[in-house]
Write a protein that binds this ligand. Structure first.
Ligand SMILES: Nc1ncnc2c1ncn2[C@@H]1O[C@H](COP(=O)(O)OP(=O)(O)OP(=O)(O)O)[C@@H](O)[C@H]1O
Length: 228
C-alpha cells in the first residue's frame, strides 16, 4: 500500500531530513512512526502527500508512483489519503457538518452523496448530535473527532496521522486511539507519527523509528523505546 525505495530528502541542500529510507507498509497495517523531534517523521508524511518531493528514490502509494505524478493527478492521490493533524485544522466559521462536507465538496462529490456520507462519518466518530455546532463550541477531543470524520468521509484507503493526540489529555487520547483502531479494523491502513509512549506501548503495533533521518528500527508489535 505504501513503499519507500531508497528515498532521501534534503532541505536547503544541507539538512538531511530523510536518508536512504526503504520500507514497505501493507494494506490494513497499523504503523507507529516514532523518533525524536527533527528525526524526519513529518517529512515522511509530507512525501506521501506530495507536499514535498524527494531528492532521490521512489515513493509508491496505492499503486501510484508519487514522485513522478503529474500535478493534475495529485488530487486523486490525496483522495486515497485521509489526514489528521495535531492542531485539527478545522474551519472556524463553518459548522461541524460543513467542515466534514467541505472535504467532499473539494473533491467534487454531488450534494446528494454529501447528505448521506457526512452523517455516516459523524456517526462513526460519535458526534451526530453536534452536527450544527461550531468548532469553538467543542472540546479538543471533539474537535479531533470532527477532523477524523473529515478524514474518513471520502473513504480513503490510508489514514496519515501526524501527532493526532499531541494536544489532548491522556484520557481523551485513549478515546481517539480507540477510534483510529476501529477505523483500522475496517481495513484502512493507518500510519501515525507520535511522541506518545503510553499509546505506542499499550497498542503494541508495528513501530518504525527514525533517527536523524535514518530508519533505525522496524519492529512488529513494538514499544516506544527499544526494549531489546
Ligand atoms: N521546510 C523546511 N525547510 C528546512 N528544513 C526543514 C523543513 N522542514 C523540516 N526541516 C528540517 O528537517 C528535519 C526533519 O524535520 P521533520 O519535521 O520531518 O521532523 P519530525 O520528526 O516530524 O519532528 P517533530 O517531532 O518535531 O515534528 C529537521 O531538521 C527540520 O528542521
Amino acid at each position: 500500500m505504501i513503499r519507500f525505495d531508497h528515498v532521501s530528502k534534503t532541505y536547503k541542500k544541507t539538512i538531511h531530513a530523510l536518508d536512504d529510507i526503504s520500507v514497505e507498509i501493507g494494506k490494513g497495517e497499523f504503523v507507529f512512526l516514532v523518533g525524536s523531534s527533527g528525526s524526519g517523521k513529518s517529512t515522511f508524511i509530507k512525501l506521501l502527500l506530495k507536499d514535498v518531493d524527494p531528492d532521490r528514490g521512489d515513493i509508491f502509494v496505492a499503486g501510484k508512483r508519487v514522485n513522478s505524478l503529474r500535478s493534475w493527478r495529485v488530487p486523486a492521490l490525496r483522495r486515497e489519503l485521509g489526514c489528521v493533524f495535531q492542531d485539527f485544522k478545522l474551519l472556524d466559521n463553518k459548522t461541524v457538518f460543513e467542515n466534514v462536507a467541505f472535504a467532499q465538496e473539494v473533491t467534487g462529490q454531488p450534494p446528494a452523496q454529501i447528505r448521506v456520507d457526512v452523517p455516516d462519518a459523524l456517526s462513526v466518530v460519535g458526534l451526530s448530535h453536534k452536527s450544527d455546532a461550531m468548532p469553538h463550541e467543542l472540546s479538543g477531543g471533539e474537535q479531533q473527532r470532527v477532523s477524523i470524520a473529515r478524514a474518513i468521509v471520502n473513504r480513503p484507503r490510508i489514514m496519515l496521522c501526524d501527532e493526532p493526540t499531541g494536544n489532548l489529555d491522556p484520557e481523551t487520547s485513549v478515546g481517539i486511539m480507540k477510534l483510529l483502531d476501529q477505523i483500522n479494523r475496517t481495513g484502512t491502513t493507518v500510519l501515525m507519527a507520535t511522541h506518545d509512549s503510553h499509546i505506542v506501548d499499550s497498542m503494541r503495533r508495528r513501530v518504525i523509528e527514525l533517527q536523524h533521518g535514518q530508519m533505525v528500527r522496524d519492529q512488529a508489535r513494538g514499544t516506544y523505546g527499544y526494549a531489546g
